[in-house]
Every structure is written in C-alpha cells, then in structure tokens.
Design a protein around this ligand. Sequence first.
Ligand SMILES: NC(=O)c1ccc[n+]([C@@H]2O[C@H](COP(=O)([O-])OP(=O)(O)OC[C@H]3O[C@@H](n4cnc5c(N)ncnc54)[C@H](O)[C@@H]3O)[C@@H](O)[C@H]2O)c1
Length: 407
Amino acid sequence: MKGKTNSSLGKSWRIAVIGGAGHVGLPLSLVLADRGFHVTIVDTDEARMRQIQNGDFPFLEQGGAELLAKLREQGREISYTSSYKEVESCDIIIVTIGTPIDEFLNPSTKAIIRCFESLLPYLSDRQLVALRSTVSPGTTEWLDRYLRGKGKAVKLAFCPERILQGQAIQELQGLPQIVSGTTREAEEMAATLFSSIAPELVYLKPMEAEFAKLYCNVYRYIQFSISNQFFMIANSAGLDYYRILEGMKKGYRRMQDMPRAGFAAGPCLFKDTMQLAAFCSNEFSLGSSAMLINEGLPLYMVDQIARQYELSNLTVGLLGMAFKADSDDPRSSLSYKLKKVLLFRAKRVLTTDPHVKGDSELVPTEEVVEKSDLLILCAPHAEYKNLDSKNKPIFDVWNYYGRGGLI
Ligand SMILES: NC(=O)c1ccc[n+]([C@@H]2O[C@H](COP(=O)([O-])OP(=O)(O)OC[C@H]3O[C@@H](n4cnc5c(N)ncnc54)[C@H](O)[C@@H]3O)[C@@H](O)[C@H]2O)c1
C-alpha cells in the first residue's frame, strides 16, 4: 500500500490545473512550477488570475507570496487562461474546483459535471486527469464510466488534497500523498507526478481514497465537536471547562490530542461531513450530531450571554470573522452565523477582522472594543493576543487569554 518516492520524472509534462487560482489549486500550481513543470492555470475567476499574474498572492498562505515572487524572479512563468482549449496540449489535467453541498446538504454534482462537459472536446487518451477536489465516494468510478461513454479513454486518477489551509506550500511537500487510479497506467502516471513533490506515496483504490479523504476531515470535525459538547456541559454546570481540560491532559498521554473548544466550520469540515452523511443515506448519526453540536455552539453562547445580561441593551463586538485563526477566509465562518443571530437579539453588533477583505461592515478593532459592552473572540488571530480590551467582558470560548472559557 505504501510506496517510496519515484525519482524518474516526466519533467517535460505540461500540466493544466483547473481551478488553479483557488486555495488548493494555486499552492499546488506554484509547487509544481517550482519543480520544473510547465503549469497552466485554468480558472473562471479572471480577476484573481490577473492579480496572481501581477505578483499578488490573493489569500493568506504561509510562503505563498515568497514562492510566487521567486518563480517570477527566475522567469518561470505560469500561463493563465479561462479557456479550456488550452488543456488540449497538456499531458496532465488536475482538477481542483470547489465541490460544495447544495441546499439539501447533499453533494452538488453540478460543478464537476459542468466542468467535465466543458473539458470533453479537449481530452485525449494519452492524458492523465487527476481529480484532487474532495468528492463523494464513487465519483471517480462514475466519472470513468461517463468519460468512456463519451468515447474518452483518458487515464483517470483520484489524488486527494489533505493540506491544512494556510500551510499548503509546506504540507504539500511534507505529507504522504494518497494516489489512486482507475487503471494501472493512470495510477503509475499519477504516482510519477506526485512523487516529484510528496515524500511518500500511499496507494489505494479510487473509492478507498475518496473515503480516506472524507474520513480525515470528518474525524477532525467530530473531535472538535466532542470538545465543544464538553465545553457546553461544563459551562452549563457553572464550571470552567479549561480547568477540567488542563487537569485531564496533565501528564496523561492518551488525552494529548484533545482539541480546545471553539468554532469549527469553514469550507471543508462541515460540507465533507454532510457529504459522508448523504452517502450513507443520512444514517451517519455521529456526523449529524457533530454538525448539530458545532453549528449549535454560537447559539449556545448567545443564550449564555442572555442569561447574564439584558442582551437587547448590549452592543456586542465580534473579534475575528474568518473561519479560523490567522486566516483571511470567511467561507462558512461561524462568526457570521453568530452575527446573524445577534442582529436579532442584541442592540447592536460590531465586527472586525485584520485579514478578511471585501466585508464593508468591518470596522477597526479599537472601534469595536471602544463601542462594545461585551466582546466575543470568534477567531483567535495572533493580532488579538495583546488586545487591550479596556476591561470589557470577553467571551473567550478558546481560552486564548488563559482566563478560562466563562464570560
Ligand atoms: N481549502 C482547503 O484547505 C482544502 C483542503 C483540501 C481539499 N479541499 C477541496 O479542494 C476543492 C477546492 O477547494 P478550494 O478551497 O481550493 O476552493 P476555492 O473556491 O478556493 O477554489 C476553487 C477555484 O476553482 C475555480 N473554479 C470553479 N469552477 C471552475 C470551473 N468550472 N473551471 C475552472 N475553474 C473553476 C474558482 O474560480 C476558484 O478559483 C474542494 O473540493 C475542497 O473540498 C480544500
């Protein structure tokens, strides 16, 4: 199942990364270009491609701006296009587009289907198509049948991305890469490609690999939910969860990976848990419970505040609107869910974030602190470590300030 790095590489391969301007696609494109491959980013977001082309890395990603600058300095230009036609001349097509869930919390297959409908005229049997987006189990085999039905016998692989957003550049080159293919040839070509960046390969069958990727994310989501549930139980009993957690962990090896309580959401964990639930006909009670707990945490916090304060008289300040610490990504952030609930229940809600762009309602941190009666630490960004809270009460569910999780 495990394999060592294969060093004989097809460096002359031309690679197209579909969705290459995104959080998964861009770091991968840059790392592949750094390894000497000729990379073409194919993306529907032309504005973002222009931004990258101008040397501006579009989101927070450790080492991303530096790697982009290095490639530009070395004249290793990446090509950018929104036209699928460019794919025709490529040897490898890596697909990294978003794979959302729909309003019924089921995987939305539209994006992948539309993408492949558009790609069809430009695909040929010599090419490798490597799916890298997170997909519902069975998607790769379904796609294989679909493409063959259209007369396209491309080599098809599923090689999931498992990076931590924000640390992609480093993790792409440090994590074992799961490789699977619908044929031996597809698997071998994908292995040759990924052995150029990953230290180790792990071989699975396509559906095993699809499950492995989902299980990794769902496991994390469930871990967070356990801590969140424990937090709410302790808090409701009038106890500081963090005193208990510290006591549990001290010198006790088996508890070391227990996470803190806090907002668990973002573009992947929630939707991947729902993808798995949909796959097993919504009979994934553990996943559904984790979702209710994690999504319920902000609601619980509002109720706790309302028990202690006349909420309708309070101005509440939310610190950190990104979905996690030190990120600029507001996608599926629970901070916005909290804001929505508070807009109905509090006198006023003020929001701030040092990284999130494009939200015209954000105000400077100092203004939020100054004007709020109560603060909620939503995303524990490094910028808030030495916050002057002017003695305003802070609901710090993360225990970021080490004063416990109680308000
Ligand atoms: N963000 C992460 O940390 C992470 C980690 C592992 C896996 N994933 C998975 O990777 C996939 C992509 O996630 P992301 O966070 O990079 O999303 P994203 O929205 O940041 O990037 C997707 C990119 O695809 C482009 N795009 C969408 N449809 C397109 C099309 N038809 N043709 C060409 N370009 C198109 C978008 O413009 C965007 O630039 C998802 O399946 C996600 O679950 C994400």
